[in-house]
Design a protein around this ligand. Sequence first.
Ligand SMILES: N[C@@H](CCC(=O)N[C@@H](CS)C(=O)NCC(=O)O)C(=O)O
Length: 269
Amino acid sequence: MVRVALYEKGLEFDHKIIKLCDHYEEADNLSNEYLKDINPTGVVPVLKIDDEFVRDSAYIIERIDSLKGSNDIKLWPENTLDNDKLRKWVYDTTITEDVALGKTLGTSIPLFSTGLIETLIKRLSLKAIFNIVMKHPRRERKIAFLVMYFLSLKNRIGPIAYNGFIDGLIDLENSLPNDAFLFNDFTHADINLMCCFHRLVDMRLDSILEMDEFPKIGNYWSKLKNRSSYQKGIINFSDHEELLSQSFPNDFNPHLEKLKDKIKIKLTK
Ligand SMILES: N[C@@H](CCC(=O)N[C@@H](CS)C(=O)NCC(=O)O)C(=O)O
Protein backbone atom coordinates (compact mmCIF):
# COMPACT_ATOMS: atom_id res chain seq x y z
CA MET A 1 0.00 0.00 0.00
CA VAL A 2 2.77 2.38 0.94
CA ARG A 3 4.73 1.68 -2.25
CA VAL A 4 1.62 2.26 -4.37
CA ALA A 5 1.04 5.59 -2.58
CA LEU A 6 4.65 6.66 -3.20
CA TYR A 7 4.34 5.86 -6.91
CA GLU A 8 0.95 7.58 -7.15
CA LYS A 9 2.47 10.76 -5.72
CA GLY A 10 5.63 10.44 -7.81
CA LEU A 11 7.93 10.42 -4.78
CA GLU A 12 11.37 8.83 -4.88
CA PHE A 13 12.25 6.39 -2.14
CA ASP A 14 14.77 3.80 -1.05
CA HIS A 15 13.50 0.52 0.24
CA LYS A 16 14.75 -2.30 2.37
CA ILE A 17 12.94 -5.62 2.42
CA ILE A 18 13.39 -7.24 5.81
CA LYS A 19 13.08 -10.85 6.91
CA LEU A 20 9.82 -11.46 8.78
CA CYS A 21 9.57 -14.02 11.56
CA ASP A 22 6.89 -16.13 9.87
CA HIS A 23 9.23 -16.80 6.95
CA TYR A 24 12.86 -16.69 8.09
CA GLU A 25 14.92 -18.22 10.89
CA GLU A 26 16.67 -14.89 11.53
CA ALA A 27 13.74 -12.55 12.08
CA ASP A 28 14.72 -8.94 11.42
CA ASN A 29 11.36 -7.71 12.74
CA LEU A 30 12.12 -9.22 16.15
CA SER A 31 15.70 -7.97 16.44
CA ASN A 32 16.47 -5.75 19.42
CA GLU A 33 17.32 -2.85 17.13
CA TYR A 34 14.05 -3.12 15.15
CA LEU A 35 11.87 -3.38 18.27
CA LYS A 36 13.71 -0.61 20.10
CA ASP A 37 14.38 1.98 17.39
CA ILE A 38 12.18 1.23 14.38
CA ASN A 39 8.86 -0.33 15.39
CA PRO A 40 8.05 -1.59 18.90
CA THR A 41 5.04 -3.51 17.53
CA GLY A 42 7.34 -5.66 15.35
CA VAL A 43 5.46 -5.21 12.08
CA VAL A 44 6.08 -3.71 8.66
CA PRO A 45 5.76 -1.31 6.90
CA VAL A 46 7.72 1.57 8.39
CA LEU A 47 8.67 4.68 6.38
CA LYS A 48 11.49 6.96 7.45
CA ILE A 49 10.62 10.54 6.53
CA ASP A 50 13.58 12.83 7.25
CA ASP A 51 14.69 11.45 10.63
CA GLU A 52 11.32 10.18 11.78
CA PHE A 53 10.14 6.58 11.63
CA VAL A 54 6.47 6.68 10.61
CA ARG A 55 4.42 3.56 11.35
CA ASP A 56 1.12 2.00 10.33
CA SER A 57 0.19 2.02 6.65
CA ALA A 58 -2.98 4.10 7.04
CA TYR A 59 -1.10 6.86 8.85
CA ILE A 60 2.00 6.56 6.63
CA ILE A 61 -0.11 7.17 3.52
CA GLU A 62 -1.70 10.27 5.03
CA ARG A 63 1.79 11.58 5.72
CA ILE A 64 2.92 10.71 2.18
CA ASP A 65 -0.06 12.65 0.85
CA SER A 66 1.15 15.80 2.62
CA LEU A 67 4.46 15.62 0.69
CA LYS A 68 4.91 17.11 -2.75
CA GLY A 69 5.85 14.64 -5.46
CA SER A 70 6.13 14.91 -9.22
CA ASN A 71 2.47 13.94 -9.78
CA ASP A 72 -0.30 16.39 -9.03
CA ILE A 73 -2.59 14.09 -7.07
CA LYS A 74 -4.26 14.27 -3.66
CA LEU A 75 -5.04 10.92 -2.08
CA TRP A 76 -7.13 12.79 0.48
CA PRO A 77 -8.93 15.39 -1.66
CA GLU A 78 -9.08 18.75 0.12
CA ASN A 79 -12.50 19.73 -1.13
CA THR A 80 -14.26 16.50 -0.33
CA LEU A 81 -17.38 16.50 1.76
CA ASP A 82 -16.82 12.79 2.08
CA ASN A 83 -13.73 12.74 4.33
CA ASP A 84 -15.47 10.82 7.12
CA LYS A 85 -16.70 8.24 4.65
CA LEU A 86 -13.25 8.01 3.07
CA ARG A 87 -11.69 7.49 6.49
CA LYS A 88 -14.10 4.67 7.22
CA TRP A 89 -13.28 2.95 3.91
CA VAL A 90 -9.56 3.34 4.60
CA TYR A 91 -9.87 1.77 8.05
CA ASP A 92 -12.13 -1.01 6.80
CA THR A 93 -9.71 -2.04 4.05
CA THR A 94 -6.53 -2.59 6.05
CA ILE A 95 -5.49 -4.32 9.26
CA THR A 96 -6.66 -1.75 11.80
CA GLU A 97 -5.41 -2.43 15.28
CA ASP A 98 -8.61 -2.39 17.32
CA VAL A 99 -10.84 -4.07 14.71
CA ALA A 100 -11.44 -7.76 15.44
CA LEU A 101 -10.08 -10.10 12.77
CA GLY A 102 -12.67 -11.12 10.19
CA LYS A 103 -15.02 -8.15 10.62
CA THR A 104 -14.02 -6.00 7.62
CA LEU A 105 -12.50 -6.55 4.17
CA GLY A 106 -9.12 -5.49 5.54
CA THR A 107 -9.20 -7.89 8.47
CA SER A 108 -10.90 -10.81 6.70
CA ILE A 109 -8.57 -11.22 3.72
CA PRO A 110 -5.52 -12.01 5.93
CA LEU A 111 -7.48 -14.91 7.42
CA PHE A 112 -7.73 -16.51 3.98
CA SER A 113 -3.90 -16.43 3.88
CA THR A 114 -3.54 -19.03 6.62
CA GLY A 115 -2.66 -21.70 4.01
CA LEU A 116 0.37 -19.67 3.01
CA ILE A 117 1.45 -18.61 6.49
CA GLU A 118 1.12 -22.14 7.82
CA THR A 119 3.32 -23.50 5.01
CA LEU A 120 5.99 -20.99 6.03
CA ILE A 121 5.68 -21.49 9.78
CA LYS A 122 5.92 -25.27 9.59
CA ARG A 123 9.32 -24.97 7.88
CA LEU A 124 10.86 -23.04 10.78
CA SER A 125 13.06 -24.67 13.40
CA LEU A 126 11.96 -25.10 17.00
CA LYS A 127 14.53 -22.44 17.90
CA ALA A 128 12.88 -19.92 15.58
CA ILE A 129 9.45 -20.64 17.08
CA PHE A 130 10.89 -20.22 20.56
CA ASN A 131 12.30 -16.86 19.49
CA ILE A 132 8.84 -15.77 18.26
CA VAL A 133 7.24 -16.83 21.54
CA MET A 134 9.83 -14.95 23.56
CA LYS A 135 10.05 -11.78 21.50
CA HIS A 136 6.96 -11.12 19.39
CA PRO A 137 5.18 -8.10 20.90
CA ARG A 138 1.76 -9.16 19.54
CA ARG A 139 0.22 -11.79 21.78
CA GLU A 140 -2.52 -12.95 19.38
CA ARG A 141 0.00 -13.42 16.56
CA LYS A 142 2.42 -15.48 18.57
CA ILE A 143 -0.39 -17.75 19.73
CA ALA A 144 -1.56 -18.18 16.13
CA PHE A 145 2.00 -18.94 14.93
CA LEU A 146 2.46 -21.47 17.74
CA VAL A 147 -0.80 -23.28 16.92
CA MET A 148 0.10 -23.36 13.21
CA TYR A 149 3.50 -24.84 14.01
CA PHE A 150 2.30 -27.71 16.16
CA LEU A 151 -1.25 -28.19 14.89
CA SER A 152 -3.11 -26.54 12.01
CA LEU A 153 -5.37 -23.54 11.55
CA LYS A 154 -5.42 -23.68 7.76
CA ASN A 155 -8.96 -24.83 7.13
CA ARG A 156 -10.47 -23.65 10.38
CA ILE A 157 -9.77 -19.96 10.53
CA GLY A 158 -11.13 -18.80 7.13
CA PRO A 159 -14.82 -19.32 7.98
CA ILE A 160 -14.53 -16.73 10.78
CA ALA A 161 -14.09 -14.21 8.00
CA TYR A 162 -16.81 -15.27 5.55
CA ASN A 163 -19.51 -12.86 6.69
CA GLY A 164 -17.23 -9.83 7.14
CA PHE A 165 -15.69 -10.41 3.72
CA ILE A 166 -19.00 -10.90 1.88
CA ASP A 167 -20.70 -7.94 3.60
CA GLY A 168 -17.69 -5.79 2.73
CA LEU A 169 -17.91 -6.75 -0.96
CA ILE A 170 -21.67 -6.15 -1.11
CA ASP A 171 -21.21 -2.76 0.53
CA LEU A 172 -18.52 -1.93 -2.03
CA GLU A 173 -20.67 -3.03 -4.98
CA ASN A 174 -23.47 -0.78 -3.70
CA SER A 175 -21.16 2.17 -3.03
CA LEU A 176 -19.16 2.24 -6.29
CA PRO A 177 -20.17 4.84 -8.85
CA ASN A 178 -20.53 3.74 -12.47
CA ASP A 179 -17.14 3.45 -14.12
CA ALA A 180 -15.18 5.54 -11.62
CA PHE A 181 -13.12 5.09 -8.46
CA LEU A 182 -14.82 4.79 -5.08
CA PHE A 183 -14.94 8.57 -4.51
CA ASN A 184 -14.84 9.30 -8.27
CA ASP A 185 -11.21 10.53 -8.22
CA PHE A 186 -8.52 8.07 -7.15
CA THR A 187 -7.97 8.20 -3.35
CA HIS A 188 -6.31 6.40 -0.45
CA ALA A 189 -9.28 3.97 -0.28
CA ASP A 190 -8.57 2.81 -3.85
CA ILE A 191 -4.97 2.04 -2.89
CA ASN A 192 -6.13 -0.17 -0.04
CA LEU A 193 -8.69 -1.94 -2.21
CA MET A 194 -6.10 -2.48 -4.96
CA CYS A 195 -3.91 -4.25 -2.39
CA CYS A 196 -6.80 -6.24 -0.89
CA PHE A 197 -7.77 -7.44 -4.36
CA HIS A 198 -4.22 -8.32 -5.31
CA ARG A 199 -4.02 -10.35 -2.14
CA LEU A 200 -7.04 -12.29 -3.42
CA VAL A 201 -5.04 -13.05 -6.58
CA ASP A 202 -2.24 -14.42 -4.39
CA MET A 203 -4.80 -16.49 -2.47
CA ARG A 204 -6.42 -17.83 -5.67
CA LEU A 205 -9.68 -16.14 -4.70
CA ASP A 206 -9.80 -13.34 -7.27
CA SER A 207 -12.44 -15.02 -9.47
CA ILE A 208 -14.89 -13.73 -6.83
CA LEU A 209 -14.26 -10.26 -8.21
CA GLU A 210 -15.46 -11.38 -11.64
CA MET A 211 -18.77 -12.86 -10.43
CA ASP A 212 -21.96 -11.73 -12.24
CA GLU A 213 -23.23 -10.62 -8.84
CA PHE A 214 -20.49 -7.94 -8.72
CA PRO A 215 -20.50 -6.10 -12.10
CA LYS A 216 -19.23 -2.81 -10.69
CA ILE A 217 -16.46 -4.47 -8.68
CA GLY A 218 -15.30 -6.37 -11.79
CA ASN A 219 -15.04 -3.15 -13.75
CA TYR A 220 -13.41 -1.33 -10.84
CA TRP A 221 -10.77 -4.06 -10.45
CA SER A 222 -9.86 -3.68 -14.15
CA LYS A 223 -9.41 0.05 -13.61
CA LEU A 224 -7.20 -0.53 -10.57
CA LYS A 225 -5.01 -2.99 -12.47
CA ASN A 226 -4.52 -0.38 -15.21
CA ARG A 227 -2.88 2.11 -12.84
CA SER A 228 0.86 2.27 -13.40
CA SER A 229 1.26 2.20 -9.60
CA TYR A 230 -0.20 -1.35 -9.62
CA GLN A 231 2.53 -2.55 -11.94
CA LYS A 232 5.31 -0.57 -10.24
CA GLY A 233 4.34 -0.98 -6.60
CA ILE A 234 2.94 -4.51 -6.58
CA ILE A 235 3.69 -6.61 -9.68
CA ASN A 236 7.31 -5.50 -9.96
CA PHE A 237 7.87 -6.49 -6.33
CA SER A 238 6.25 -9.95 -6.55
CA ASP A 239 8.85 -12.55 -5.77
CA HIS A 240 6.90 -15.35 -4.14
CA GLU A 241 4.98 -17.10 -6.90
CA GLU A 242 6.71 -20.44 -6.30
CA LEU A 243 5.81 -20.36 -2.65
CA LEU A 244 2.20 -19.53 -3.46
CA SER A 245 1.90 -22.47 -5.84
CA GLN A 246 3.19 -24.73 -3.08
CA SER A 247 0.71 -23.31 -0.59
CA PHE A 248 -2.23 -23.60 -2.99
CA PRO A 249 -1.57 -26.78 -5.03
CA ASN A 250 -3.50 -26.76 -8.34
CA ASP A 251 -4.43 -23.16 -7.54
CA PHE A 252 -7.00 -24.50 -5.12
CA ASN A 253 -8.14 -22.48 -2.13
CA PRO A 254 -10.65 -24.46 -0.02
CA HIS A 255 -12.62 -21.30 0.76
CA LEU A 256 -13.37 -20.32 -2.85
CA GLU A 257 -16.48 -22.34 -3.64
CA LYS A 258 -17.92 -21.86 -0.16
CA LEU A 259 -17.56 -18.11 -0.49
CA LYS A 260 -19.13 -18.08 -3.96
CA ASP A 261 -22.10 -20.14 -2.76
CA LYS A 262 -22.64 -17.89 0.23
CA ILE A 263 -22.50 -14.77 -1.96
CA LYS A 264 -25.14 -16.19 -4.31
CA ILE A 265 -27.40 -17.18 -1.43
CA LYS A 266 -27.05 -13.81 0.26
CA LEU A 267 -27.78 -11.85 -2.92
CA THR A 268 -30.82 -13.84 -3.97
CA LYS A 269 -32.52 -13.43 -0.60
N1 LIG B 1 -1.87 -1.98 10.90
C1 LIG B 1 -0.55 -2.35 10.42
C2 LIG B 1 -0.47 -3.85 10.22
C3 LIG B 1 0.89 -4.28 9.76
C4 LIG B 1 1.06 -5.79 9.63
O1 LIG B 1 0.31 -6.58 10.21
N2 LIG B 1 2.10 -6.21 8.89
C5 LIG B 1 2.42 -7.61 8.68
C6 LIG B 1 2.79 -7.84 7.23
S1 LIG B 1 1.45 -7.46 6.18
C7 LIG B 1 3.65 -7.99 9.51
O2 LIG B 1 4.51 -7.15 9.72
N3 LIG B 1 3.73 -9.24 9.94
C8 LIG B 1 4.86 -9.74 10.67
C9 LIG B 1 4.50 -10.25 12.05
O3 LIG B 1 3.36 -10.10 12.49
O4 LIG B 1 5.38 -10.80 12.68
C10 LIG B 1 -0.30 -1.58 9.12
O5 LIG B 1 -1.24 -1.46 8.31
O6 LIG B 1 0.81 -1.09 8.92
